[in-house]
Design a protein around this ligand. Structure first.
Ligand code: GTP
Ligand code: MG
Length: 384
């Protein structure tokens, strides 16, 4: 599918940079980065320079002033959306606006930009939002909490990160087609600051997002038995600003191409296998086990946002990897299990053959999830 990813503010631009650097076989992606702070834009080196744009008359971050961010967002939304014509926005199957909740620039501009895109284009406008990690982000002395170039002045009141995050979520309600959430707190290691962990977090998030959007309408060289198309995705994500979480897992598998170093087994395969190298034989039980394990981890393991597994309205399961490993029965069983876990029949399953891969992966999308303890906590802290 054709996707337009747009980062606003420091976090949004960095995450888009990571997403854009990820592999996109078969799918088209265009990336844009918008910030009031040119320093943060200069660091997004994967995104073409003419797709990065500094807006507002004063260059720099907004130091947590969400009111100002909202004002600037309204003032510049049209100008920002006009920058997209440097690409081909009219061909987009979806827009993905990426923002770090808690900041002022991204959190302020995202709602107005989403509104503008909804007016201009027919395609859904999804939001990808990070939730601030309470302990690191609300500590004003923590580097990179909202603006890394900021010299902290102890006479100022602490940055109202949680209040900003709550307010932005409220503003997005009814505007964003759906909100994919990523909880920084759950992905940082104990004692690790955002400054230390952000590259790893952004990479993990990029893998989840790139996987989701590359499997949709995948027209790679191998044909899926059950392909997921943009209509399927729209059906699962809904159009009511539902909260979405993603779970991803992969299992390395031994493929014929793997044996470069293992001369003995390569030779054995050549001598004794009746199949040619482009028709690898895979033991059925081993394939089923690999698919089952990947599905179990993606469905019940760590998600971008922790949730009670049963609290979702709709779900999508896609299993991908080398075609010979994609056991249809195991995928169908996994889909049925997911259906009974969430107690809904609105569960789609599909496959994504990747002939050159050496891993079986599963991606689970849960939509309409709630109530979510972390979001409630955010709202409670933000409004106290
Ligand atoms: N996952 C992730 N989260 C980040 C990153 N940088 C910042 N954040 C989070 O996003 C929130 C907003 O930070 P920024 O995006 O830097 O803020 P901004 O939108 O640029 O707004 P101002 O700089 O305040 O004008 C922070 O409170 C963090 O919770 C990042 O690289 N990765
Ligand atoms: Mg900033």
């Amino acid at each position: 599918m054709q996707l337009e990813v747009i980062g606003v503010g420091g976090a949004g631009c960095r995450i888009v940079d990571a997403i854009y650097s990820d592999t996109w076989d078969g799918s088209a992606v265009e990336a844009f980065a918008f910030d009031t702070d040119s320093k943060s834009l200069r660091e997004c080196t994967a995104i073409p320079a003419d797709h990065r744009y500094q807006y507002a008359d004063r260059d720099g971050g907004l130091y947590g002033d969400l009111g100002r961010g909202v004002e600037l967002g309204k003032q510049y939304a049209e100008e920002l959306s006009n920058k997209l014509v440097r690409g081909q926005p009219s061909l987009a199957d979806a827009f993905l606006v990426v923002v770090g909740l808690g900041g002022a620039t991204g959190g302020g501009a995202a709602p107005a930009l989403v509104r503008e895109l909804q007016i201009l284009y027919d395609a859904p406008v999804y939001v990808l939002a990070t939730l601030p990690a309470t302990d690191t982000d609300s500590d004003p002395s923590a580097p990179l909490a909202t603006d890394e170039s900021r010299e902290f002045d102890s006479s100022e009141s602490p940055s109202p990160v949680m209040a900003n995050a709550t307010r932005t979520l409220e503003l997005l309600d009814g505007l964003a087609t759906a909100v994919i959430c990523f909880d920084n707190a759950a992905w940082l290691r104990t004692g690790e600051s955002l400054a230390e962990g952000r590259t790893r977090l952004n990479q993990a998030l990029a893998t989840h997002v790139a996987t989701l959007f590359t499997i949709v309408g995948d027209d790679g060289e191998a044909t899926a038995e059950t392909a997921i198309d943009t209509n399927d995705l729209e059906r699962i994500l809904g159009a009511e600003t539902d909260v979405v979480t993603l779970g991803f897992a992969e299992q390395h598998v031994e493929t014929d191409g793997d044996d470069e170093t293992d001369v003995g087994s390569r030779l054995k395969a050549r001598l004794f296998s009746s199949k040619s190298s482009d028709e690898p034989s895979v033991d059925r039980t081993t394939a089923i086990r690999a698919v089952e394990t990947a599905i179990r981890k993606a469905a019940h393991g760590k998600h971008t946002l922790e949730r009670e597994p049963e609290n979702a309205d709709r779900a999508l399961l896609v299993v991908g990897g080398p075609p010979a490993w994609l056991n249809r029965q195991a995928i169908a069983d996994g889909r049925r299990d997911l259906e009974s876990t969430i107690g809904s029949t609105q569960v789609l399953g599909g496959d994504a053959p990747r002939p050159d891969d050496d891993a079986v992966f599963a991606l689970v999308v849960l939509a309409g999830v709630g109530p979510i303890a972390r979001l409630e906590e955010l709202v409670a802290v933000g409004s106290s």
